[in-house]
Design a protein. Structure first.
Length: 246
């Protein structure tokens, strides 16, 4: 089975995606800058029989990403599945956002996605097979108080569509999963910013979602599992909104 790399894999969506790929039989490299949480997640997956390696990495740093990809190839084999999940939010109305608020959000989303994709696609092209899944958000459609985050997530969609056209002839697909409200550290942070209890925040969000519930990390992992599988070989350049209909 192919080797996968998942960024932002220490917790939340990334950890759920890594766990699902392990269950699918893949060897998985987990990348995250939180070394402690990353080691715990990798340990849990390893205890369940998964072939995993934890690679503490700042995915905005080119040298760190290069070292992480090379270590993955050495320890687990050439990576031919890449899930760019690492995310970061610094929300606020545009008049209150600093240059750093803009630059740091773009670094984690756009720069990191570019760096990892540029490196890993070489292994995919050599193998004649590959799967890139980039995690965007329904915020890419526009979200007040999140112009930096919305712009970065929209950029991921454009990047992925271009990548799909470029790498399709070489046996590589590239697709986007765009979550809606998912229970995570990021949505908990948003609740705190709004002065809400997290349970109340989830209840309010669920009222505006057609299926009347918020998402769980496993909902996103299910979509990633489809795009990384053989059954999705004729699907590329697509955006799947996993949002309960929101």
């Amino acid at each position: 089975m192919p080797t996968a790399i998942v960024t932002g894999a220490a917790r939340g969506i990334g950890a759920a995606v890594a766990a699902r790929l392990v269950r699918e039989g893949h060897a998985v490299a987990l990348l995250d800058r939180d070394a402690v949480a990353l080691a715990e997640t990798a340990g849990n997956l390893g205890a369940e029989g998964g072939k995993v390696v934890a690679v503490p990495t700042d995915v905005t740093d080119e040298a760190a990403v290069t070292a992480a990809v090379e270590l993955t190839a050495e320890k687990l084999g050439a990576p031919t599945i890449l899930v760019n999940n690492a995310g970061y939010a610094r929300d606020g109305e545009i008049g209150d956002l600093s240059n750093d608020d803009w630059d740091e959000v773009f670094a984690v989303h756009m720069r990191a996605t570019f760096l990892t994709s540029r490196l890993v696609q070489r292994y995919m092209v050599e193998a004649g097979w590959g799967r890139v899944v980039n995690i965007s958000s329904i915020s890419a459609l526009g979200h007040a108080g999140r112009v930096n985050y919305s712009a970065a997530k929209a950029g991921i969609i454009g990047f992925t569509k271009a990548l799909a056209n470029e790498l399709g002839p070489k046996g590589v697909t590239a697709n986007v999963v765009a979550p809606g409200f998912v229970v995570s550290a990021m949505t908990a942070k948003t609740a705190r910013r709004l002065g809400r209890d997290f349970e109340e925040h989830q209840r309010i969000a669920a009222e505006s979602i057609p299926v009347r519930r918020v998402g769980e990390p496993e909902d996103i992992a299910n979509a990633v599992a489809f795009f990384t599988g053989e059954a999705a070989g004729f699907v590329t350049g697509q955006v799947l909104y996993v949002s309960g209909g929101a």
